[in-house]
Design a protein around this ligand. Structure first.
Ligand code: SF4
Length: 386
């Protein structure tokens, strides 16, 4: 899953930071429960959290469907604003327009965010430059189908930006397109390929066979152009039991030239209600372990997202969060005039059961989606020991 939209909006008579449609829903839910019972670990002293940046989400877990006992949570407290350094990378959205129709889409679905004007995108690049940024991750929707995509890429190059892209990859197989992007500063691409099985891929991505077949061709072209590629698979009920063979497929196709990431689905976006992603960790543990073992055998670089190591009982599991691809900042979507710390945003939507204090992975763990804990409780998250 790729980090979805952030916008400043007016809610309940005050300005608040809403992150995706699903996050808005979470905020709505929060208004129905008591004040936060969250405690953060900044200095190991319990703190009642009122997350900065007008995030109004709470983590009061009283009387969740999964448990009649009160579940106390902790949340990391991370400043809303983080300094911009030479290694900072901002997530830069062109809009939510897309040529795939994944039922689990994590975008917000807001009409005003569908297609951001090219002139405003160019202004945003100038503004980011003034703030000291020299690298962005271009995201969508599908950035390559935005009518201003090449103007954006050329403007980035003129402003001496390096850039990465989140993409479904289907257009990069067109003659010369990947090489042109690389010439304009494209360094890395996260390409969504949600199944190597054509039938399953078409179902999960809402595409036809030709569109599916275009994805591997795009990956081929990107690698040939010298662009680093990470292949991104979001687990769904349709593809449970196939992760190990997915690893085999990727290795057979690209060897170790492409790295892999497997994502436990988030229900925060507009597709959050799709039953195909209403998953429990315990349903996919065997699949995750099989993929990890297969990748180790093949010496293939595989990481996970939204998978706390405890769910597979292995502290070595490489679980990255949404900032794991290097993004440090998020350019707010609709106005394009504010930068937020991505770690701050992530920290506002993840939480830790209190028992996590005793886990050897606590310092490196990004926690669990609060919405998951709210729905299912915390019994799956057993602290890891030495
Ligand atoms: S027990 Fe808590 S800290 Fe440890 S891996 Fe699980 S969620 Fe993370």
């Amino acid at each position: 899953m790729l980090l979805t939209g952030v916008t400043l909006c007016k809610r309940r008579g005050r300005e608040s930071l809403a992150v995706t449609q699903g996050y808005v829903n979470a905020l709505d839910n929060s208004s129905k429960v008591e004040p936060p019972q969250i405690r953060t670990r900044n200095s190991l002293s319990p703190v009642t959290v009122a997350p900065r940046g007008n995030f109004s989400q709470t983590a009061n877990m009283a009387d969740t469907p999964a448990s009649s006992t009160r579940l106390r949570l902790m949340r990391r407290r991370i400043p809303e604003i983080s300094p911009i350094t030479s290694s900072s990378i901002a997530l830069f959205r062109l809009g939510e327009v897309c040529n795939h129709h994944c039922p689990m889409c994590s975008n917000s679905g807001r009409p005003e965010g569908h297609l951001i004007d090219t002139s405003d995108l160019l202004r945003r690049i100038n503004w980011l430059h003034e703030q000291g940024l020299r690298r962005v991750v271009v995201t969508g929707g599908e950035p390559t189908i935005h009518p201003g995509f090449w103007q954006v890429a050329e403007h980035l190059a003129r402003a001496d930006f390096a850039w990465d892209i989140n993409s479904n990859g289907t257009r990069f197989g067109e003659p010369g397109l990947a090489a042109r992007a690389a010439d304009l500063g494209l360094l890395r691409a996260i390409i969504s390929l949600h199944s190597h099985n054509p039938e399953q891929s078409c179902l999960v991505s809402g595409i036809n066979l030709n569109q599916h077949l275009a994805i591997p061709l795009g990956i081929d072209a990107l690698l040939a152009a010298g662009v680093q590629v990470m292949i991104n698979l979001v687990i769904t009920r349709i593809t449970i039991g196939t992760l190990s063979s997915f690893v085999d497929f990727c290795y057979a196709s690209w060897g170790s030239r492409a790295v892999l990431k497997v994502v436990f689905p988030s229900t925060a976006g507009k597709g959050g209600a799709w039953t195909g992603i209403q998953l429990r960790y315990r349903e996919v543990v065997a699949d995750l372990l099989a993929a990890q073992q297969r990748a180790e055998t093949l010496e293939l670089d595989l990481s996970f997202e939204n998978v706390p190591p405890c769910v597979v009982g292995d502290s070595r599991l490489r679980n990255v969060d949404r900032s794991g691809f290097g993004e440090t900042h998020y350019l707010e979507d609709l106005e394009g005039k504010q930068l937020f710390s991505i770690k701050h945003i992530e920290s506002c939507f993840n939480a830790y059961p209190e028992t996590c204090r005793n886990c050897i992975s606590f310092s490196n763990c990004q926690g669990v989606a609060e919405s998951y804990l709210r729905s299912y409780g915390a019994e799956e998250f057993v602290p890891l020991r030495e």
